[in-house]
Design a protein around this ligand. Sequence first.
Ligand code: HQG
Length: 177
Amino acid sequence: MTKSISKTLSLWLRHAPERAGLTLDSAGWAPVDGVLAALARKRLPDDPDTLHRVVADCDKQRFELSPDGSLIRARQGHSTAVDLDWPVAEPPEHLFHGTVERFLPQILAEGLKPMARHHVHLSPDIETASRVGARRGEPLILRIAAGAMARAGHVFHLSSNGVWLADEVPPEFIERS
Ligand code: HQG
């Protein structure tokens, strides 16, 4: 049950808030009351304790509550227009991106693009990148020369659950690992 709540929250808080009658503010926050009311309409558990448990137990820490508990947002992964305020951070020399073979020709030709999201998502380690790639098939791991990218003027943001975000990764910084 918590998995279906988590999937529903991902849809509402990242992609389609209007489906729950919600409006996200510019930083992606929605009122918890509105989310609970929308869960009730979908006949999903609508008590605050369950919601808090979903937020706390979510394997990738996808969601966060405001300090007073009145607001909730997805930490990243949006396709709606939000302006998340993750701090600019100095990346490690290498980051990783998990994808699949069939995307490789296009990625090597034009670089990594955000596609439907706001940013390219990069992982700090190969294991995490493998899990990301495995969502689509046999994972293929790309090694990203993040340090060189930063020195060339590309900006990185680090989300509070450890995902590195970049606007794009040009092909010259991508290496098949
Ligand atoms: C690929 C999940 C062709 C890219 C995961 C990826 C992650 C290109 C797909 C988070 C391309 C986009 C993000 C290009 C990129 N040509 N294909 N130029 N540039 N691609 O889902 O990184 O469960 O938007 O390799 O665990 O797979 O949602 O990005 O395969 O953390 O919390 O286009 O989503 O987390 O796919 O995954 P996505 P992603 P959540």
